[in-house]
Design a protein around this ligand. Structure first.
Ligand code: KG4
Ligand code: ZN
Length: 346
């Protein structure tokens, strides 16, 4: 075992994934993820069920992650967990468990912002983005366009003024009677569909070139389904065509704003992360930018949706960047690392 390297044990429990990872510095050694299935029947995540499932599984998942990494608890040098934002009860399970472990092991604890973790998931790849770069974070809860000048030096250029893009995918899928989460299903159906089948309009936001709005397109799909008598005509081809047209409009707006920002800030690296970055059409569209010598960084599929490896890598960089390492041994175990629902300190 190389003693100069840090072994990090990281936890993610902000929504419906219980995940535990072990990293050696910035290298992921194990990343076990349990996606709770109980929510499917409800068409969305039920917070109370999520908390209870995290509680039921967290010890088992920790053991599995350590076993997979082939190390023991005593080898751990740092403990990290998601501390914000997310479902408060769900976060509290992972956060309290992780803090207790850190206190017992007498090791530093590092609280991690979940959105920042999606951003730094781009660094799990072999080729890492070079600063400054444009980051697009697209998940079920957030749509953020960010200029990343250095580690933890972020300037938010734009965000959604209503629904997150993943939320729009989920809602459109629900309207067509597909399952939850809807993003992967829309992605799958869209592969056999026609992007020109119908033009779903994307709202233009006055006086803001980098903000997003996805509530209008969702409503326009709703009206289209109603006016075209979708329920009576429902078939796979129709679902595919609507999925392809909706997906094209949603992804194109992300693409246009990212390209505009990359040009304005003269960056060559673009990192896209969060659940929606798993989308195959998004991957295809953004890769076309490579012909203009942009470098596109999208995490491996397993790191696009919620996972503890991204918490671990963010904790690693946060620890390296911190001038006061003692902070993580003392205050971070106290009230200062309490969970928060917003992310004003992003
Ligand atoms: O990052 P994530 O796992 O959780 C949040 O932090 O929200 O993102 C989940 C979101 C869901 O809305 C899901 O439908 C969407 O990511 N998603 C996709 C795809 N895979 C997951 N959306 C479009 N295409 C996909 N292939
Ligand atoms: Zn997430």
């Amino acid at each position: 075992m190389e003693k100069d390297k840090l072994y990090i044990l990281a936890f993610e429990s902000s929504c419906d994934e219980t995940s535990v990872a072990v990293l050696q510095d910035d290298k992921v050694i194990s990343n076990v993820i349990l996606s709770q299935e109980y929510h499917t029947a409800f068409g969305g995540v039920v917070p109370e069920i999520a908390s209870r499932e995290h509680l039921r599984k967290i010890v088992e998942m920790t053991d599995a992650s350590l076993k997979k990494a082939n190390i023991e608890m005593k080898d751990i040098d740092l403990v990290a967990a998601t501390s914000e934002p997310g479902l408060i009860g769900a976060i509290l399970i992972g956060l309290s468990f992780a803090k207790s472990l850190a206190a017992t092991l007498n090791k530093p604890f590092i609280p991690v912002n979940h959105i920042q973790a999606h951003l730094y998931s781009a660094f799990i790849n072999d080729t890492q983005p070079e600063f400054p770069f444009i980051a697009l974070i697209v998940s079920g809860g957030h749509t953020l366009l960010i200029l990343v000048e250095d580690f933890f030096k972020h300037k938010i250029l734009g965000t959604t003024i209503d629904d997150a893009v993943g939320e729009a995918f989920d809602k459109v899928a629900k309207m067509m009677g597909l399952g939850y989460p809807g993003g992967p299903l829309i992605d799958k159906y869209a592969k056999d569909g026609d992007i020109n089948f119908h033009e779903f309009p994307i709202s233009v936001i006055k006086n803001s070139k980098y903000n997003f709005s996805f509530s209008g397109i969702k409503t326009s799909v709703l009206y289209y389904l109603r006016d075209s008598n979708f329920q009576a005509n429902r078939n796979d081809k129709l679902i595919s065509d609507i999925s392809a047209s909706f997906q094209h409009a949603a992804i194109k707006t992300l693409y246009s704003k990212v390209r505009k920002a990359a040009k304005e800030f003269k960056v060559k690296d673009i990192a896209i992360s969060g659940g929606v970055s798993a989308n195959s059409y998004l991957n295809q569209m953004f890769k076309t930018l490579e012909k203009d010598r942009y470098r596109i960084h999208i995490p491996e599929l397993i790191y696009t949706t919620d996972n503890a490896a991204m918490i671990g890598i963010t904790a690693y960089y946060k620890y390296l960047a911190s001038k006061d390492k003692d902070y993580f041994s003392k205050e971070s175990l106290s009230v200062k690392a309490r969970p928060r629902l917003d992310f004003t300190n992003f």
